[in-house]
Write a protein that binds this ligand. Structure first.
Ligand code: CA
Length: 227
């Protein structure tokens, strides 16, 4: 959190910690600007706009040179033009002061509930007789001990499926969470990932038990066969 007003900073830190978040605070723009290249280590940056030293807009620009960490602007400058300026600099959301705490916490939840936060808690997953290690990207067959190494995208996609197990995941959501906004793979690309998953994990890829296609919507991962 980058915020120069002590009362807001302390109130927010207190409430965010109550919600289970770990909070690091910057009280001036200059030090936040200097550290901006490391902000990808956070799940979210709450960024004031009017700050001593360097403005929040400039800090956001600097953050965007290095990462796509979600940025939520929190500012007394609340006109539509201010909000547009913040979003143009790469902000994901913009809330004006005075703000409603409940609304802020909800917006934070939306911004941080993406794949990275939940997925970071998962270290491994069993699918059928295969063990997936999310740290090493390895898939190990329990019976043959055969090893297969997945790509980063495959791991991200598996994490997303695991996170939404039993629910339909739309192609749009997959594109958004695994490929991000700046890349545009075709839906055929996703189909190929699913075909590979089936080859790897299904005993009969033509009759999948784990990776289901839901016609014209997307996919569903079910994992009732957990070891
Ligand atoms: Ca301020």
């Amino acid at each position: 959190m980058v915020e120069d007003e002590a009362s807001i900073r302390e109130m927010l830190q207190f409430n965010l910690e109550l919600e289970g978040h770990k909070v690091e605070v910057y009280s001036n723009g200059k030090s936040a600007f200097d550290d901006a290249s490391e902000f990808q280590k956070y799940d979210l940056v709450i960024l004031d706009v009017m700050l001593p030293g360097v403005s929040g807009l400039t800090i956001c620009e600097e953050i965007r040179k290095y990462s796509n960490v979600p940025v939520l602007f929190l500012s007394a400058k609340g006109t539509t033009q201010d909000k547009i300026a913040g979003l143009k600099k790469g902000g994901n959301d913009y809330l004006s002061k005075p703000f409603d705490l409940e609304e802020l916490l909800l917006r934070i939840k939306v911004l941080t509930e993406g794949i990275t936060q939940t997925a970071s808690d998962i270290e491994s997953l069993n699918i059928g007789n295969k063990h997936v290690d999310f740290a090493t990207f390895e898939v190990i067959d329990h019976s043959s001990n055969e090893k297969h190494v997945l790509s980063k995208k495959e791991i991200d996609l598996l994490k997303l499926f695991h996170q939404k197990e039993g629910k339909v995941v739309s192609r749009d959501e997959i594109l958004d969470k695994v490929w991000g906004k700046d890349q545009f793979p075709t839906s055929r690309t996703i189909d190929n990932y699913i075909l590979n998953f089936r080859k790897l994990f299904e005993s009969d890829p033509k009759q999948p038990k784990f990776f289901h296609s839901i016609r014209s919507v997307g996919y569903k991962f079910t994992n009732s066969d957990k070891l």
